[in-house]
Design a protein around this ligand. Structure first.
Ligand code: NAD
Length: 350
């Protein structure tokens, strides 16, 4: 298994492997870039088939965090950690404490947080060994909810701000009467629907489970649509808020909306599809820019001197950042995902 020659290596500053024989912990921490500040990124636990698979994942994810932090105006770099193992079987307090010692060995250059397979309780065990943990407690909320540590309200608010800005840019309109199709009525999709409804948008919703759909129908008058039809509706905006790769070779030809603006990570199955969207005149809000409310939330929850208003003002900047992306994309006739990457690189490169 090569590291420096790895296709995802991309100038990582630091990649470390850790094994704790007492607990069996096997983990990798990757720090992509710290030019803007110490690296921040979640810890993922997954039953990777082998360490090569885990390495590929951690390198890809930590690089993504550098771009996301730069576009979210955070004084943070990008990093990530992965633990090899099944989170339902191989985890206990001592195991997570060992992970805490691994994080501590970076002296603050890597700050960890929650990702798939890791809970707040796990992070609390990590926090017994290191102070470089985010997401163990929550103080601030932008949607008037009791802070729980779940960043979904901030993510949903950021997507709302970004979607509104994109509608203004493309349709020169506010949200009143704008037709939005939301794929996924989960933590983020439901909260996005609520805010859009409050501003008069007409909603179409799909999910593979009925609970969120019934609520959206009752509370927001949303029309329920079959999951296989949601992306091809004749609406103004589609908001992918379910899983990744919603925009793929199959779904793209049928898209009739002028705007794609949603919360899901990795919405484009392939980066090149951004250019295909651009050529079809569809404005795509780059996923890692519009869904950065969650990382901004985690950043503020770690500060003792922040506030609901400061968190909200920071998330509001997503709208300005998207405007910059759209303007440059038009000037240079390039896809928005390419422009977003370039702006991020300008911001974090020395
Ligand atoms: P969630 O699991 O609460 O909601 C996802 C919803 O999508 C679920 O209700 C699920 O049933 C539904 N779904 C899955 N496949 C579907 C399909 N084919 N068609 C329609 N619905 C489908 O997750 P979430 O926290 O709401 O996050 C939504 C997306 O946003 C994810 O891609 C996540 O990675 C991304 N994201 C979330 C946050 C956050 O703060 N929660 C931050 C950044 C990015």
């Amino acid at each position: 298994m090569s590291v420096f020659e790895h296709p995802e290596f991309d100038s990582h500053e630091h990649v470390a492997f850790f094994h704790d024989s007492a607990t069996g912990l096997k983990a990798i921490i990757a720090i992509h870039n710290t030019n803007l500040g110490p690296s921040l990124g979640g810890c993922r636990m997954w039953p990777y088939l082998n360490s090569a698979e885990a390495l590929t994942d951690v390198l890809r994810l930590s690089k993504g965090m550098t771009y996301k932090a730069a576009m979210a105006n955070l004084q943070q770099g990008g990093g990530k950690s992965v633990i090899i193992g099944d989170p339902r079987q191989h985890k206990n307090e001592a195991f997570m404490q060992a992970m805490g010692r691994f994080v501590e060995s970076f002296n603050g250059q890597y700050v960890t947080a929650e990702d798939s397979g890791i809970t707040v309780a796990d992070l609390q065990a990590v926090a017994t060994q290191t102070q470089h943990v985010a997401g163990t407690h929550a103080l601030y909320n932008v949607l008037g909810e009791t802070p729980t540590g779940n960043p979904a309200p901030s993510t949903a608010y950021g997507v709302f701000v970004g979607l509104k800005q994109t509608v203004k840019h493309v349709l020169n309109s506010n949200l009143n009467g704008v037709k939005v199709a939301i794929q996924g009525m989960g933590h983020v999709g439901y909260r996005l629907a609520k805010q859009l409804h409050e501003e008069g948008a007409e909603l179409y919703v799909a999910d593979i489970f009925p609970e969120g759909l019934a609520k959206a129908e009752q509370e927001f008058g949303a029309k329920i649509v079959a999951p296989e039809d949601i992306l091809s509706l004749p609406v103004d905006v589609i908001a992918p808020c379910a899983m990744g790769s919603a925009i793929n070779d199959e779904s793209l030809p049928d898209i009739r909306a002028k705007i794609i603006a949603g919360a899901a990570n990795n919405q484009l199955a392939r980066e090149e599809l951004g250019q295909a969207l651009h050529q079809r005149g569809i404005c795509y809000a780059p996923d890692y820019v519009i869904n950065a409310g969650g990382i901004i939330d985690i950043y503020h929850q770690k500060k003792s001197d922040s506030s609901d208003d400061a968190l909200r003002a920071h998330i509001d900047q997503i709208g300005d950042t998207l405007s910059e992306v759209y303007q440059r994309a038009e000037e240079q006739s390039l896809a928005t995902n390419i422009i977003a990457n370039r702006i991020a690189e300008e911001r974090f490169s020395k």
